[in-house]
Design a protein around this ligand. Structure first.
Ligand code: 76R
Length: 266
């Protein structure tokens, strides 16, 4: 077998709402109109009965695309309904140019590392009955905290009008592979990442959504801020933070403004 005996377990995760990001572009067939003219869309019609989740319409700035719709819903079926909103905009001369399906995710690196070490100490293993019982207990405790509930059921960012969305993955190169690092090492790196991020508490609301199995990218990063410059500062700080410096790959960045009238929360 291979050179290392390290078993690289995935972290336990807590998932909440499904998410769909739809990027819309003025279709070439659309009648010529001013570039910054965004059609009025009443998505409250569609979201009227919504109890869990919300949608936001964001005007994209500095992009050849015009709009980004962000939908959070309880089920993929409800996401599919929300997806039709993007399709309906065809009549307004817009077509979906990119979409990203994911689900809100809180990765429990520290807890998983702790319980895995505990399993080894008692002569058991990750995934055995005692481990499974402990995971359930810890997940329930985490879900009871405001902090974790906000990560998986993020509130609508009422006082943060700017948005930045981009997909990312962790690197899987030879000699630089996130997925072959030990759980302890990933836990250490993610702890440091959290500390860097916490410096932006109150200035940024970040929503991490997992897309493994749904998209070719592994995560969606959705940031809301009071000041767009905060995106540049935060993402720069993250580039210098060890985990992003060594292991992060990024897709396109979409920046814009959340339309206050175009959102519903439930
Ligand atoms: O402390 C905690 O409870 C949460 C710690 C935390 C986790 C687990 C955290 C905090 N993040 C976590 C997970 Mn994050 N985050 C990003 C990016 O541009 C880049 O380099 C990366 C894009 C930013 C800007 C950011 C910001 N984070 C993740 C994950 C899942 C990884 C996995 O499971 O392997 C990704 C992909 C990711 C990416 N992160 C924070 C922030 C900020 C601002 C915080 C602090 C938030 C807060 O404390 O409220």
């Amino acid at each position: 077998m291979s050179e290392t005996s390290v078993v690289a377990h995935p972290p336990e995760t807590i998932e909440g709402w499904y998410a769909l990001h739809q990027i819309l572009r003025r279709s070439s067939a659309a009648p010529a109109s001013r570039d910054d003219e965004i059609p009025r869309i009443d998505i409250s019609r569609i979201n009227g009965e919504l109890k869990d989740g919300w949608s936001a319409i964001c005007t994209l700035i500095g992009s050849i695309d015009s709009l980004m719709l962000i939908h959070f819903r309880r089920t993929v079926e409800e996401i599919h309904e929300a997806q039709q909103i993007g399709g309906m905009l065809r009549t307004a001369g817009l077509e979906v140019s990119y979409s990203f399906l994911s689900v809100t995710e809180a990765g429990l690196y520290h807890i998983t590392a702790e319980l895995a070490a505990d399993a080894t100490r008692r002569g058991g293993s990750v995934g055995d009955a005692e481990y499974t019982r402990q995971v359930k207990e810890r997940v329930d405790a985490e879900l009871a905290t405001d902090h974790v509930r906000r990560r998986v059921y993020p509130p609508f960012p009422a006082d943060m009008p700017y948005v930045c969305f981009y997909p990312m993955s962790k690197r899987r190169d030879t000699g630089q592979n996130w997925y072959t690092l030990s759980l302890d090492e990933r836990s250490r790196l993610m702890h440091a990442h959290g500390l860097t991020g916490r410096r932006y508490a109150g200035r940024v609301q970040q929503i991490i959504t997992g897309a493994i199995g749904f998209e070719s990218w592994e995560w969606g990063v959705t940031l809301f801020a009071k000041d767009p410059l905060t995106f540049k500062k935060l993402v720069t700080d993250m580039r210098f933070d060890e985990v992003s410096a060594k292991y992060a790959d990024f897709g396109e960045f979409y920046v814009g403004r959340v339309e206050p009238s175009g959102s519903t929360s439930g």
